[in-house]
Design a protein around this ligand. Structure first.
Ligand code: RTP
Ligand code: MG
Length: 140
């Protein structure tokens, strides 16, 4: 399979606990290359646009508050089958359901504050990468 790119966020609960390096090590061990990365502090409105797909869900407001509470690390990961591989390394949304050794099993604090985001399909990966990075920032 050809190289694929996915969009990843290291969420505020993880940046707050200095877990950026430990999480990046998990990605790299799984064969995912970090081809772009920046630490930014989203506004609540920017977080709301990013998670607009969840606008009708009961946890939406809390999720946007959380994502804007402290800095995040936005990333583009590249590798074979990168979207599925990243989701595998992340583990299930709820850390209680996440397989041993996954990022969420090891680091997540709750279903909401679950340390990482990863795109769920090629279409969403393309939209999410373009929301955070310009072409000039994607060196491959
Ligand atoms: P993500 O989009 O962040 O990669 O996570 P995901 O695909 O595993 O989960 P998704 O269903 O897309 O939910 C997005 C994020 O919303 C928060 N959430 N909170 N309190 C709750 O019940 C609840 N459910 C979801 C989590 O931060 C989740 O990652
Ligand atoms: Mg999702």
């Amino acid at each position: 399979m050809a190289l694929e790119r996915t969009f990843s966020i290291i969420k505020p609960d993880a940046t707050r606990r200095n877990l950026t390096g430990a999480i990046n090590a998990k990605f790299e061990e799984a064969g995912l290359r970090i081809v772009a990365q920046k630490r930014i502090h989203l506004t609540k409105a920017q977080a709301g646009v990013f998670y607009a797909v969840h606008a009708e869900r009961p946890f939406y407001d809390e999720l946007c508050e959380f994502m804007a509470s402290e800095p995040i690390v936005a990333q583009v990961l590249e590798g074979e089958n990168a979207i599925a591989k990243n989701r595998e390394v992340m583990g299930a949304t709820n850390p209680a359901d996440a397989a041993a050794g996954t990022i969420r099993a090891e680091f997540a604090e709750s279903v909401g504050e679950n340390s990482v985001h990863g795109s769920d399909a090629p279409e969403t990966a393309a939209v999410e990468i373009a929301y955070f990075f310009s072409g000039l920032e994607l060196v491959g």
